[in-house]
Design a binder for this molecule. Structure first.
Ligand SMILES: Cc1cc2nc3c(=O)[nH]c(=O)nc-3n(C[C@H](O)[C@H](O)[C@H](O)COP(=O)(O)OP(=O)(O)OC[C@H]3O[C@@H](n4cnc5c(N)ncnc54)[C@H](O)[C@@H]3O)c2cc1C
Length: 520
Protein backbone atom coordinates (compact mmCIF):
# COMPACT_ATOMS: atom_id res chain seq x y z
CA UNK A 1 0.00 0.00 0.00
CA UNK A 2 2.85 2.40 0.84
CA UNK A 3 5.04 1.25 -2.01
CA UNK A 4 6.25 3.92 -4.46
CA UNK A 5 5.78 1.71 -7.55
CA UNK A 6 2.10 1.15 -6.78
CA UNK A 7 1.56 4.83 -5.90
CA UNK A 8 3.16 5.79 -9.24
CA UNK A 9 0.89 3.36 -11.05
CA UNK A 10 -2.10 5.17 -9.50
CA UNK A 11 -0.98 8.49 -10.97
CA UNK A 12 -0.24 6.95 -14.34
CA UNK A 13 -3.68 5.27 -14.47
CA UNK A 14 -5.58 8.35 -13.33
CA UNK A 15 -7.37 10.67 -15.75
CA UNK A 16 -7.79 13.50 -13.25
CA UNK A 17 -8.13 14.47 -9.61
CA UNK A 18 -10.64 16.32 -7.49
CA UNK A 19 -7.91 17.86 -5.34
CA UNK A 20 -4.15 18.25 -5.83
CA UNK A 21 -2.13 19.44 -2.84
CA UNK A 22 1.33 20.95 -3.26
CA UNK A 23 3.52 20.37 -0.18
CA UNK A 24 3.86 17.44 2.22
CA UNK A 25 4.40 19.17 5.58
CA UNK A 26 1.88 19.18 8.42
CA UNK A 27 -0.44 21.50 6.48
CA UNK A 28 -0.47 19.68 3.14
CA UNK A 29 -0.70 16.23 4.72
CA UNK A 30 -3.57 17.47 6.90
CA UNK A 31 -5.40 18.71 3.79
CA UNK A 32 -4.77 15.41 1.97
CA UNK A 33 -6.17 13.52 4.94
CA UNK A 34 -9.23 15.75 5.14
CA UNK A 35 -9.87 15.63 1.40
CA UNK A 36 -9.44 11.86 1.03
CA UNK A 37 -11.47 11.06 4.13
CA UNK A 38 -14.39 13.10 2.71
CA UNK A 39 -14.17 10.92 -0.40
CA UNK A 40 -12.56 13.33 -2.89
CA UNK A 41 -9.98 11.88 -5.28
CA UNK A 42 -6.80 13.34 -3.85
CA UNK A 43 -3.16 13.64 -4.94
CA UNK A 44 -0.41 15.16 -2.76
CA UNK A 45 3.02 15.99 -4.18
CA UNK A 46 6.02 16.75 -1.95
CA UNK A 47 9.21 17.92 -3.64
CA UNK A 48 11.50 16.40 -1.01
CA UNK A 49 10.39 14.14 1.84
CA UNK A 50 7.34 14.42 4.11
CA UNK A 51 8.11 17.01 6.82
CA UNK A 52 11.49 17.87 5.29
CA UNK A 53 10.63 21.56 5.80
CA UNK A 54 9.50 23.23 9.02
CA UNK A 55 7.36 20.28 10.05
CA UNK A 56 10.35 18.21 11.29
CA UNK A 57 11.96 21.20 13.04
CA UNK A 58 9.37 22.23 15.60
CA UNK A 59 9.70 22.40 19.41
CA UNK A 60 7.71 19.11 19.44
CA UNK A 61 4.77 20.58 21.37
CA UNK A 62 1.09 19.97 20.83
CA UNK A 63 -0.03 22.99 22.75
CA UNK A 64 -2.56 25.71 23.22
CA UNK A 65 0.26 28.24 23.38
CA UNK A 66 0.76 29.81 26.79
CA UNK A 67 2.49 32.78 25.17
CA UNK A 68 -0.54 33.49 22.94
CA UNK A 69 -2.61 33.52 26.11
CA UNK A 70 -0.26 36.16 27.52
CA UNK A 71 -0.77 38.15 24.30
CA UNK A 72 -4.55 37.92 24.78
CA UNK A 73 -5.09 35.85 21.61
CA UNK A 74 -7.82 33.78 23.27
CA UNK A 75 -9.47 32.45 20.09
CA UNK A 76 -6.18 30.95 18.88
CA UNK A 77 -5.50 29.38 22.29
CA UNK A 78 -9.01 27.93 22.54
CA UNK A 79 -8.84 26.45 19.05
CA UNK A 80 -5.37 24.97 19.71
CA UNK A 81 -6.42 23.51 23.09
CA UNK A 82 -9.35 21.79 21.41
CA UNK A 83 -7.11 20.37 18.66
CA UNK A 84 -4.58 19.29 21.31
CA UNK A 85 -7.31 17.24 23.00
CA UNK A 86 -8.32 15.59 19.71
CA UNK A 87 -4.71 14.74 18.86
CA UNK A 88 -4.11 13.03 22.19
CA UNK A 89 -6.97 10.69 21.23
CA UNK A 90 -6.36 10.36 17.48
CA UNK A 91 -2.55 10.00 17.56
CA UNK A 92 -2.30 8.46 21.02
CA UNK A 93 0.95 6.61 20.17
CA UNK A 94 2.78 9.85 19.37
CA UNK A 95 1.37 12.51 21.67
CA UNK A 96 2.40 12.45 25.35
CA UNK A 97 0.90 14.40 28.21
CA UNK A 98 3.91 16.44 29.35
CA UNK A 99 4.21 18.37 32.60
CA UNK A 100 5.95 21.76 32.38
CA UNK A 101 7.35 23.77 35.25
CA UNK A 102 7.65 27.54 35.04
CA UNK A 103 10.31 28.44 37.63
CA UNK A 104 9.40 31.69 39.39
CA UNK A 105 11.74 34.23 40.99
CA UNK A 106 9.31 36.67 42.62
CA UNK A 107 5.86 36.47 44.17
CA UNK A 108 4.24 38.58 41.48
CA UNK A 109 5.28 36.15 38.71
CA UNK A 110 4.09 33.21 40.77
CA UNK A 111 0.71 34.92 41.17
CA UNK A 112 0.40 35.93 37.50
CA UNK A 113 1.38 32.50 36.08
CA UNK A 114 -0.86 30.66 38.55
CA UNK A 115 -3.88 32.74 37.49
CA UNK A 116 -2.95 32.62 33.78
CA UNK A 117 -2.59 28.85 33.79
CA UNK A 118 -5.88 28.40 35.65
CA UNK A 119 -7.49 30.24 32.72
CA UNK A 120 -5.59 27.90 30.36
CA UNK A 121 -7.05 24.90 32.26
CA UNK A 122 -10.58 26.28 32.10
CA UNK A 123 -10.26 27.02 28.38
CA UNK A 124 -9.31 23.37 27.72
CA UNK A 125 -12.67 22.31 29.24
CA UNK A 126 -13.35 18.58 28.98
CA UNK A 127 -10.19 18.09 26.93
CA UNK A 128 -7.95 19.22 29.81
CA UNK A 129 -4.56 17.51 30.18
CA UNK A 130 -4.51 18.01 33.98
CA UNK A 131 -4.81 20.87 36.44
CA UNK A 132 -2.03 23.43 36.86
CA UNK A 133 -0.70 23.90 40.40
CA UNK A 134 1.69 26.20 42.24
CA UNK A 135 4.64 24.40 43.83
CA UNK A 136 7.13 25.42 46.52
CA UNK A 137 10.81 26.20 45.99
CA UNK A 138 11.69 22.84 47.56
CA UNK A 139 9.37 20.92 45.20
CA UNK A 140 10.59 22.86 42.14
CA UNK A 141 14.23 22.20 43.04
CA UNK A 142 13.57 18.53 43.64
CA UNK A 143 11.62 17.99 40.39
CA UNK A 144 14.14 20.04 38.38
CA UNK A 145 17.37 18.73 39.87
CA UNK A 146 19.59 20.83 37.56
CA UNK A 147 17.84 24.20 38.07
CA UNK A 148 19.75 27.04 39.77
CA UNK A 149 18.09 27.63 43.12
CA UNK A 150 19.55 31.07 43.89
CA UNK A 151 16.60 33.55 44.10
CA UNK A 152 14.18 30.75 43.11
CA UNK A 153 10.84 31.28 44.86
CA UNK A 154 8.90 28.28 43.53
CA UNK A 155 7.18 27.21 40.34
CA UNK A 156 3.92 26.67 38.52
CA UNK A 157 3.24 23.25 36.97
CA UNK A 158 0.96 22.93 33.95
CA UNK A 159 0.32 20.30 31.26
CA UNK A 160 0.59 20.33 27.48
CA UNK A 161 1.26 17.80 24.71
CA UNK A 162 4.63 16.67 23.41
CA UNK A 163 5.11 14.66 20.20
CA UNK A 164 7.38 13.49 17.40
CA UNK A 165 6.64 15.86 14.52
CA UNK A 166 8.16 14.03 11.52
CA UNK A 167 6.77 10.67 12.69
CA UNK A 168 3.29 12.17 12.90
CA UNK A 169 3.75 13.50 9.36
CA UNK A 170 4.72 10.04 8.06
CA UNK A 171 1.77 8.44 9.87
CA UNK A 172 -0.54 11.12 8.42
CA UNK A 173 0.72 10.30 4.91
CA UNK A 174 -0.05 6.62 5.58
CA UNK A 175 -3.52 7.47 6.93
CA UNK A 176 -4.25 9.61 3.87
CA UNK A 177 -3.28 6.66 1.64
CA UNK A 178 -5.49 4.35 3.70
CA UNK A 179 -8.33 6.83 3.08
CA UNK A 180 -7.74 6.57 -0.68
CA UNK A 181 -5.29 9.42 -1.40
CA UNK A 182 -2.21 9.10 -3.58
CA UNK A 183 0.70 10.65 -1.75
CA UNK A 184 4.18 10.97 -3.28
CA UNK A 185 7.41 12.30 -1.84
CA UNK A 186 10.40 13.40 -4.00
CA UNK A 187 7.94 14.75 -6.57
CA UNK A 188 8.08 18.52 -7.15
CA UNK A 189 5.51 20.83 -8.72
CA UNK A 190 7.13 23.03 -11.39
CA UNK A 191 4.18 24.92 -12.90
CA UNK A 192 0.46 25.48 -12.58
CA UNK A 193 -1.88 24.54 -15.43
CA UNK A 194 -4.74 26.90 -16.37
CA UNK A 195 -7.82 26.71 -18.61
CA UNK A 196 -8.73 29.33 -21.23
CA UNK A 197 -10.36 31.50 -18.52
CA UNK A 198 -7.20 31.59 -16.44
CA UNK A 199 -8.58 29.18 -13.82
CA UNK A 200 -6.01 26.80 -12.34
CA UNK A 201 -6.91 23.26 -13.37
CA UNK A 202 -3.80 21.24 -12.68
CA UNK A 203 -0.05 21.16 -12.20
CA UNK A 204 3.13 20.15 -14.02
CA UNK A 205 5.40 18.07 -11.83
CA UNK A 206 8.64 16.10 -11.93
CA UNK A 207 9.50 12.81 -10.29
CA UNK A 208 12.87 13.66 -8.73
CA UNK A 209 13.94 10.01 -8.82
CA UNK A 210 13.39 9.34 -12.54
CA UNK A 211 13.37 13.00 -13.75
CA UNK A 212 10.20 12.15 -15.66
CA UNK A 213 7.82 15.09 -16.17
CA UNK A 214 4.04 14.79 -15.69
CA UNK A 215 0.95 16.96 -16.11
CA UNK A 216 -1.94 16.30 -13.71
CA UNK A 217 -5.45 17.76 -14.00
CA UNK A 218 -7.53 18.70 -10.98
CA UNK A 219 -10.67 20.60 -10.06
CA UNK A 220 -8.96 22.18 -7.04
CA UNK A 221 -5.26 22.93 -6.54
CA UNK A 222 -4.09 23.74 -3.01
CA UNK A 223 -0.85 25.50 -2.18
CA UNK A 224 0.37 24.23 1.21
CA UNK A 225 4.05 24.99 0.88
CA UNK A 226 4.88 26.88 4.09
CA UNK A 227 7.76 29.30 3.52
CA UNK A 228 7.64 28.40 -0.22
CA UNK A 229 4.09 29.79 -0.55
CA UNK A 230 5.16 32.80 -2.61
CA UNK A 231 7.02 30.65 -5.15
CA UNK A 232 3.74 28.91 -6.00
CA UNK A 233 1.80 32.21 -5.93
CA UNK A 234 4.35 33.61 -8.37
CA UNK A 235 3.86 30.57 -10.67
CA UNK A 236 0.23 31.74 -10.72
CA UNK A 237 1.00 35.43 -11.20
CA UNK A 238 4.57 36.59 -11.80
CA UNK A 239 3.76 39.95 -10.23
CA UNK A 240 2.28 38.51 -7.01
CA UNK A 241 3.60 40.32 -3.91
CA UNK A 242 5.26 38.35 -1.13
CA UNK A 243 2.75 37.25 1.48
CA UNK A 244 5.14 35.33 3.73
CA UNK A 245 8.25 36.35 5.65
CA UNK A 246 10.37 33.54 7.15
CA UNK A 247 11.18 33.75 10.83
CA UNK A 248 13.89 31.33 11.92
CA UNK A 249 13.84 29.31 15.12
CA UNK A 250 16.68 27.06 16.20
CA UNK A 251 16.94 24.22 18.72
CA UNK A 252 19.87 22.55 20.44
CA UNK A 253 19.67 18.92 21.57
CA UNK A 254 21.45 17.90 24.78
CA UNK A 255 22.07 14.79 26.79
CA UNK A 256 19.34 13.95 29.31
CA UNK A 257 21.74 14.60 32.21
CA UNK A 258 21.12 18.35 31.68
CA UNK A 259 17.49 17.81 32.73
CA UNK A 260 17.07 14.27 34.08
CA UNK A 261 13.54 14.43 35.55
CA UNK A 262 10.23 13.90 33.77
CA UNK A 263 9.26 17.59 33.75
CA UNK A 264 9.93 20.10 31.00
CA UNK A 265 10.92 23.70 31.74
CA UNK A 266 9.17 26.72 30.28
CA UNK A 267 10.83 30.12 30.61
CA UNK A 268 8.09 32.61 29.71
CA UNK A 269 10.32 35.67 29.46
CA UNK A 270 13.97 35.40 28.45
CA UNK A 271 16.31 38.42 28.55
CA UNK A 272 14.79 39.68 25.28
CA UNK A 273 11.21 38.80 26.19
CA UNK A 274 10.86 35.53 24.26
CA UNK A 275 9.76 32.10 25.46
CA UNK A 276 12.32 29.30 25.85
CA UNK A 277 11.48 25.62 26.31
CA UNK A 278 13.63 22.75 27.58
CA UNK A 279 11.69 19.62 26.71
CA UNK A 280 12.53 15.92 27.22
CA UNK A 281 12.37 14.20 23.83
CA UNK A 282 13.44 10.64 22.98
CA UNK A 283 15.61 10.52 26.09
CA UNK A 284 17.43 13.76 25.18
CA UNK A 285 16.55 17.38 25.87
CA UNK A 286 15.45 19.82 23.16
CA UNK A 287 16.18 23.47 23.96
CA UNK A 288 14.72 26.30 21.92
CA UNK A 289 13.69 28.43 20.23
CA UNK A 290 14.71 31.73 18.72
CA UNK A 291 12.69 34.00 16.44
CA UNK A 292 14.81 35.77 13.82
CA UNK A 293 13.26 37.43 10.75
CA UNK A 294 15.08 36.44 7.54
CA UNK A 295 14.90 37.69 3.98
CA UNK A 296 15.31 34.33 2.28
CA UNK A 297 14.22 30.73 2.76
CA UNK A 298 15.59 27.26 2.06
CA UNK A 299 14.86 23.64 2.87
CA UNK A 300 18.00 23.51 5.06
CA UNK A 301 18.13 26.80 6.98
CA UNK A 302 21.34 27.42 8.93
CA UNK A 303 21.47 28.45 12.60
CA UNK A 304 23.06 31.85 13.16
CA UNK A 305 25.91 32.26 15.65
CA UNK A 306 23.87 34.87 17.51
CA UNK A 307 21.02 32.37 17.93
CA UNK A 308 23.37 29.67 19.25
CA UNK A 309 24.90 32.09 21.75
CA UNK A 310 21.46 33.24 22.88
CA UNK A 311 20.23 29.71 23.63
CA UNK A 312 23.46 28.67 25.38
CA UNK A 313 23.51 31.85 27.49
CA UNK A 314 19.85 31.56 28.43
CA UNK A 315 20.11 27.83 29.29
CA UNK A 316 23.20 28.55 31.38
CA UNK A 317 21.45 31.27 33.32
CA UNK A 318 18.86 28.71 34.51
CA UNK A 319 20.83 25.44 34.75
CA UNK A 320 23.54 24.61 37.27
CA UNK A 321 25.07 22.04 34.92
CA UNK A 322 26.97 24.22 32.45
CA UNK A 323 26.14 23.68 28.76
CA UNK A 324 28.98 24.30 26.32
CA UNK A 325 29.13 23.99 22.55
CA UNK A 326 30.73 20.52 22.80
CA UNK A 327 27.69 19.27 24.73
CA UNK A 328 25.38 19.90 21.79
CA UNK A 329 24.39 16.58 20.20
CA UNK A 330 22.51 18.16 17.31
CA UNK A 331 21.42 21.60 16.19
CA UNK A 332 18.57 22.31 13.80
CA UNK A 333 16.81 25.36 12.38
CA UNK A 334 13.27 25.79 11.08
CA UNK A 335 11.36 28.58 9.37
CA UNK A 336 7.97 29.92 10.41
CA UNK A 337 5.94 31.22 7.48
CA UNK A 338 4.77 34.44 9.14
CA UNK A 339 2.43 36.77 7.32
CA UNK A 340 4.65 39.42 5.69
CA UNK A 341 4.26 42.45 7.89
CA UNK A 342 2.92 45.69 6.43
CA UNK A 343 4.53 47.60 9.24
CA UNK A 344 8.32 47.17 9.46
CA UNK A 345 8.30 47.94 13.19
CA UNK A 346 6.07 44.95 13.99
CA UNK A 347 8.02 42.40 16.04
CA UNK A 348 7.80 38.73 15.01
CA UNK A 349 6.30 37.68 18.32
CA UNK A 350 3.45 40.12 17.74
CA UNK A 351 2.62 38.97 14.21
CA UNK A 352 -0.51 36.79 14.15
CA UNK A 353 0.10 33.06 14.26
CA UNK A 354 -3.42 32.17 13.13
CA UNK A 355 -3.85 30.53 9.75
CA UNK A 356 -5.24 32.11 6.59
CA UNK A 357 -6.97 30.60 3.56
CA UNK A 358 -6.38 32.79 0.50
CA UNK A 359 -8.20 32.36 -2.83
CA UNK A 360 -6.40 33.78 -5.87
CA UNK A 361 -8.19 35.14 -8.95
CA UNK A 362 -7.20 31.90 -10.66
CA UNK A 363 -9.03 29.99 -7.87
CA UNK A 364 -5.76 28.58 -6.59
CA UNK A 365 -6.32 28.03 -2.84
CA UNK A 366 -3.43 28.83 -0.50
CA UNK A 367 -3.32 27.83 3.16
CA UNK A 368 -0.66 29.51 5.23
CA UNK A 369 0.37 30.22 8.83
CA UNK A 370 -1.03 28.28 11.78
CA UNK A 371 0.88 25.68 13.71
CA UNK A 372 1.41 21.92 13.87
CA UNK A 373 -1.17 21.59 16.65
CA UNK A 374 -3.94 23.08 14.53
CA UNK A 375 -3.26 21.27 11.22
CA UNK A 376 -6.62 19.43 11.33
CA UNK A 377 -8.66 22.61 11.69
CA UNK A 378 -6.56 24.32 9.00
CA UNK A 379 -7.28 21.43 6.63
CA UNK A 380 -10.98 21.49 7.41
CA UNK A 381 -11.16 25.24 6.68
CA UNK A 382 -9.26 24.77 3.41
CA UNK A 383 -11.51 22.05 2.00
CA UNK A 384 -14.59 23.91 3.27
CA UNK A 385 -13.40 26.90 1.24
CA UNK A 386 -13.24 24.76 -1.93
CA UNK A 387 -16.80 23.60 -1.18
CA UNK A 388 -17.96 27.19 -0.54
CA UNK A 389 -16.50 28.16 -3.94
CA UNK A 390 -18.71 25.37 -5.41
CA UNK A 391 -15.65 23.61 -6.76
CA UNK A 392 -16.45 20.44 -4.79
CA UNK A 393 -19.81 18.92 -3.80
CA UNK A 394 -20.55 19.18 -0.04
CA UNK A 395 -19.27 16.27 2.02
CA UNK A 396 -18.97 16.23 5.80
CA UNK A 397 -15.53 16.44 7.39
CA UNK A 398 -14.90 13.29 9.47
CA UNK A 399 -11.38 14.04 10.80
CA UNK A 400 -12.37 14.96 14.38
CA UNK A 401 -12.73 11.28 15.13
CA UNK A 402 -10.33 9.81 12.57
CA UNK A 403 -7.46 7.80 14.08
CA UNK A 404 -4.00 8.37 12.69
CA UNK A 405 -2.11 5.29 11.45
CA UNK A 406 -0.50 3.54 14.44
CA UNK A 407 -2.77 5.00 17.15
CA UNK A 408 -3.07 2.41 19.89
CA UNK A 409 -4.29 4.17 22.98
CA UNK A 410 -0.98 4.73 24.77
CA UNK A 411 2.40 6.39 24.33
CA UNK A 412 4.53 4.32 26.73
CA UNK A 413 7.92 5.92 26.26
CA UNK A 414 9.84 3.39 28.40
CA UNK A 415 10.67 1.49 25.18
CA UNK A 416 11.89 3.69 22.33
CA UNK A 417 9.84 1.62 19.84
CA UNK A 418 6.60 3.04 21.32
CA UNK A 419 6.34 5.52 18.44
CA UNK A 420 5.30 2.70 16.08
CA UNK A 421 2.06 2.06 17.98
CA UNK A 422 0.09 -0.70 16.27
CA UNK A 423 2.98 -1.29 13.81
CA UNK A 424 5.26 -2.42 16.64
CA UNK A 425 4.18 -6.06 16.32
CA UNK A 426 5.18 -6.17 12.66
CA UNK A 427 8.61 -4.71 13.49
CA UNK A 428 9.09 -7.36 16.17
CA UNK A 429 8.14 -10.00 13.60
CA UNK A 430 10.88 -8.71 11.28
CA UNK A 431 13.35 -9.31 14.12
CA UNK A 432 11.96 -12.77 14.88
CA UNK A 433 12.40 -13.76 11.23
CA UNK A 434 15.92 -12.30 11.02
CA UNK A 435 17.44 -11.77 14.49
CA UNK A 436 20.31 -9.68 13.02
CA UNK A 437 17.74 -6.92 12.48
CA UNK A 438 17.48 -6.67 16.27
CA UNK A 439 21.10 -5.39 16.39
CA UNK A 440 21.61 -1.76 17.36
CA UNK A 441 22.61 0.65 14.58
CA UNK A 442 25.14 2.36 16.87
CA UNK A 443 26.42 1.40 20.34
CA UNK A 444 25.46 4.85 21.71
CA UNK A 445 21.92 4.69 20.34
CA UNK A 446 18.82 2.67 21.07
CA UNK A 447 17.68 2.33 17.42
CA UNK A 448 17.83 -1.09 15.71
CA UNK A 449 18.33 -2.20 12.10
CA UNK A 450 14.74 -3.45 11.78
CA UNK A 451 13.59 0.18 11.94
CA UNK A 452 15.52 0.98 8.76
CA UNK A 453 13.98 -1.97 6.94
CA UNK A 454 10.53 -0.97 8.19
CA UNK A 455 11.02 2.63 7.04
CA UNK A 456 11.94 1.50 3.53
CA UNK A 457 9.24 -1.14 3.19
CA UNK A 458 6.34 0.64 4.89
CA UNK A 459 7.10 4.31 5.43
CA UNK A 460 8.12 5.49 1.96
CA UNK A 461 11.72 6.32 2.97
CA UNK A 462 13.76 6.69 -0.22
CA UNK A 463 17.10 8.11 0.92
CA UNK A 464 19.50 7.71 3.85
CA UNK A 465 18.39 11.18 4.95
CA UNK A 466 14.70 10.18 4.89
CA UNK A 467 15.53 7.35 7.31
CA UNK A 468 18.00 9.08 9.62
CA UNK A 469 16.32 12.49 9.77
CA UNK A 470 12.59 11.75 9.72
CA UNK A 471 11.90 8.03 10.39
CA UNK A 472 14.31 7.23 13.26
CA UNK A 473 15.30 10.87 14.06
CA UNK A 474 18.98 10.07 14.73
CA UNK A 475 20.14 13.17 12.85
CA UNK A 476 18.13 15.32 15.26
CA UNK A 477 19.21 13.39 18.35
CA UNK A 478 22.91 12.78 17.77
CA UNK A 479 24.28 14.12 14.49
CA UNK A 480 27.76 12.59 14.90
CA UNK A 481 26.29 9.14 15.47
CA UNK A 482 24.01 9.69 12.46
CA UNK A 483 27.08 10.31 10.29
CA UNK A 484 28.73 7.16 11.60
CA UNK A 485 25.74 4.90 10.87
CA UNK A 486 25.10 6.29 7.34
CA UNK A 487 27.16 3.57 5.54
CA UNK A 488 25.33 0.77 7.38
CA UNK A 489 21.95 2.37 6.63
CA UNK A 490 22.86 2.84 2.93
CA UNK A 491 23.85 -0.84 2.77
CA UNK A 492 20.58 -2.01 4.34
CA UNK A 493 18.48 0.28 2.16
CA UNK A 494 20.26 -0.78 -1.04
CA UNK A 495 19.28 -4.41 -0.40
CA UNK A 496 15.59 -3.58 -0.14
CA UNK A 497 15.49 -0.86 -2.82
CA UNK A 498 17.68 -2.88 -5.19
CA UNK A 499 20.31 -0.13 -5.54
CA UNK A 500 23.94 -0.41 -6.67
CA UNK A 501 27.26 0.70 -5.13
CA UNK A 502 27.18 4.08 -6.88
CA UNK A 503 23.82 4.85 -5.22
CA UNK A 504 25.20 3.83 -1.82
CA UNK A 505 28.27 6.00 -2.23
CA UNK A 506 26.34 9.04 -3.38
CA UNK A 507 23.87 8.64 -0.50
CA UNK A 508 26.68 8.43 2.06
CA UNK A 509 28.40 11.52 0.62
CA UNK A 510 25.20 13.58 0.53
CA UNK A 511 24.18 12.56 4.02
CA UNK A 512 27.63 13.24 5.49
CA UNK A 513 27.57 16.78 4.09
CA UNK A 514 24.12 17.34 5.56
CA UNK A 515 24.97 15.87 8.98
CA UNK A 516 27.95 18.24 9.27
CA UNK A 517 25.47 21.12 9.40
CA UNK A 518 23.80 19.56 12.46
CA UNK A 519 27.08 19.32 14.37
CA UNK A 520 28.23 22.35 16.35
C1 LIG B 1 11.22 26.81 15.26
C2 LIG B 1 9.78 26.43 15.19
C3 LIG B 1 9.18 25.74 16.24
C4 LIG B 1 7.85 25.38 16.16
N1 LIG B 1 7.31 24.66 17.18
C5 LIG B 1 6.02 24.29 17.13
C6 LIG B 1 5.45 23.50 18.17
O1 LIG B 1 6.14 23.09 19.11
N2 LIG B 1 4.14 23.18 18.06
C7 LIG B 1 3.35 23.59 17.03
O2 LIG B 1 2.16 23.31 17.04
N3 LIG B 1 3.87 24.31 16.00
C8 LIG B 1 5.18 24.64 16.02
N4 LIG B 1 5.74 25.35 14.98
C9 LIG B 1 4.92 25.63 13.80
C10 LIG B 1 4.84 24.41 12.87
O3 LIG B 1 6.05 23.69 12.86
C11 LIG B 1 4.50 24.88 11.47
O4 LIG B 1 3.33 25.66 11.51
C12 LIG B 1 4.24 23.73 10.50
O5 LIG B 1 5.26 22.76 10.57
C13 LIG B 1 4.17 24.28 9.09
O6 LIG B 1 3.89 23.22 8.23
P1 LIG B 1 3.72 23.47 6.68
O7 LIG B 1 3.25 22.18 6.09
O8 LIG B 1 2.86 24.65 6.46
O9 LIG B 1 5.17 23.85 6.16
P2 LIG B 1 6.40 22.89 5.85
O10 LIG B 1 6.57 21.85 6.87
O11 LIG B 1 7.58 23.76 5.59
O12 LIG B 1 5.98 22.15 4.53
C14 LIG B 1 5.95 22.75 3.27
C15 LIG B 1 6.37 21.70 2.26
O13 LIG B 1 6.13 22.15 0.95
C16 LIG B 1 7.08 21.54 0.12
N5 LIG B 1 7.15 22.24 -1.16
C17 LIG B 1 7.56 23.51 -1.37
N6 LIG B 1 7.52 23.80 -2.69
C18 LIG B 1 7.08 22.68 -3.33
C19 LIG B 1 6.84 22.35 -4.69
N7 LIG B 1 7.06 23.22 -5.69
N8 LIG B 1 6.38 21.10 -5.00
C20 LIG B 1 6.16 20.19 -4.00
N9 LIG B 1 6.39 20.45 -2.69
C21 LIG B 1 6.82 21.69 -2.36
C22 LIG B 1 8.37 21.66 0.93
O14 LIG B 1 9.36 20.75 0.49
C23 LIG B 1 7.87 21.39 2.35
O15 LIG B 1 8.04 20.03 2.74
C24 LIG B 1 7.09 25.72 15.02
C25 LIG B 1 7.68 26.40 13.97
C26 LIG B 1 9.03 26.75 14.04
C27 LIG B 1 9.67 27.45 12.91
Amino acid sequence: MFDRASLLKQVEDSTGWDVIIIGGGATGLGVALDSASRGYKTLLLEQSDFAKGTSSRSTKLIHGGVRYLAQGNLDLVKEALYERGLLLKNASHLVNNQSFIIPTYNWWDTFVYTIGLKIYDVMAGKLSFGKSVRISKKAAASRLSTIKTEHLKGGVVYHDGQFDDARLAVNMAQTAIEQGATVLNHFGVTQLQKDSNGIVNGVSAVDHETHQAYVFNAIVVINATGVFTDEILQMDNVDAKNTVRPSQGIHLVLDRSFMPGRDAIMIPKTADGRVLFLVPWHNRVVVGTTDTLLDSHSLEPKPLESEIDFILETANSYLNKRVSRTDVLSIFAGLRPLAASKDASEKTKEISRSHKVIVSKSELITITGGKWTTYRRMAQDTINKAIALKKLPYKKCPTKHLSIHGADGSADDTDHLYIYGTDLKAIEELITKDPRLGDKLHPRLEFVKAEVVWAVKNEMARTVEDVLARRVRILFLDAKAAKEVAPEVAELMATYLNKDDAWKQSQITKFTQLANQYIL
